[in-house]
Design a protein around this ligand. Structure first.
Ligand code: SF4
Length: 201
């Protein structure tokens, strides 16, 4: 894994990039950057491990369907999160050439990383970095998605039989769309937060 090459490639592709050694440092940085605004979060074990929902909620209006506010369903919260100034998402895989790959079941996270927010932060541990786009797609499909299937206790072959994708037709399939971010989208500021420790799937 070549962190320097990945950082340079992401910058060349139009993203601001900030590198931190620990989840705690990354969370502290985000907590300084994001203040007195509205924030939406996509489903993310990395963000959960960072504790950013809790820290940001002390001085922002934060919507995360993993922690719906009183009186809101998870679906209500997903919709509220799509209408915020700031959006935080993790990434299933990043190539050293600066492409990012994400797979979604509901699509809220993919939609928000493409359009609609003033600024999007992509957050990832360096365990998500692979050499090229082919490997990034493979990681998203055969590593990240099966681990998420297991976490969610889905009745899908990846969760039941083993850690690879079977391109299933299960009703509980969590891989319904994939987005490849080749370069920064036109209408949002975008920053990639890379963390030099393993985080999420
Ligand atoms: S397509 Fe199905 S088998 Fe493949 S990772 Fe997604 S849920 Fe699992």
């Amino acid at each position: 894994m070549n962190l320097t090459k990945t950082t340079q490639s992401l910058e060349k592709n139009g993203y601001k990039v900030s590198v931190f050694q620990t989840l705690e440092e990354a969370d502290r940085y985000l907590n300084q950057q994001i203040d007195s605004t509205t924030v939406g979060l996509g489903g993310s074990m990395t963000i959960e491990e960072m504790g950013s929902f809790q820290t940001l909620s002390t001085h922002n209006e934060v919507y995360w369907h993993w922690h719906p506010a009183d009186g809101l369903t998870a679906e209500d919260t997903r919709k509220k999160a799509m209408d915020t100034a700031i959006y935080l998402s993790s990434v299933n895989a990043i190539s050293e050439d600066g492409e990012m790959v994400n797979i979604d079941g509901a699509g809220n996270r993919l939609a928000s990383t493409l359009y609609g927010h003033e600024k999007v932060y992509f957050i990832a541990g360096t365990n998500k970095i692979v050499e090229n786009l082919h490997q990034a797609i493979d990681r998203a499909r055969n590593v990240a998605a099966p681990l998420n299937g297991k976490r969610l206790d889905c009745k899908t072959p990846c969760a039941v039989k083993g850690n690879r994708c079977y391109d299933c037709n299960s009703e509980e399939r969590i891989c319904n769309a994939m987005v490849i971010h080749y370069k920064k989208m036109m209408s949002s500021e975008m920053e990639v937060i890379l963390i030099e420790e393993s985080a999420g799937y």
